[in-house]
Design a protein around this ligand. Sequence first.
Ligand SMILES: [Mg+2]
Length: 155
Amino acid sequence: MKIIFLDIDGVLNFNGCRERIDTIYFVNDKKLRLLKWIVGRTNARLVLSSTWRLGWFDRDKGLENEEVLIFNRLEEKFKEYGLSFLSKTPVSESGCRGHEIRAWLYGWEGEPIESFVILDDNCDMEPYKGHLVQTSFWHGLRIRDALRAVRMLAS
Ligand SMILES: [Mg+2]
């Protein structure tokens, strides 16, 4: 199984992006289409590593707060594109995404992982810097990033 560890802000949205929920940036359709394209080419599954997953954790706990509502909106939007999340990374004390991804990989007991990429605009990915396709908050996910992700998932 191939995995994409997916960040949201700076990947599926970007500075100045029109899609918003109140004051926060939502997700942009062009970027979602590009993600869909990567998934279509690779059959990769999505693991949410973004802070947007906090709403998912809250929902699991039976809470109904703003984060939960926003996460639900995200999930619905993904559904429109035929996309869904396999899982989410755990929250670590360090808050370092690389550590959270490592914890997820070590804890995963499903189908073996053949390859994975990290789509994120941050770079705190140690020890997996080599798996990072780094986007930027100025542009979000771009075609060249998508091409790179497909290439990395194939190897
Ligand atoms: Mg981000």
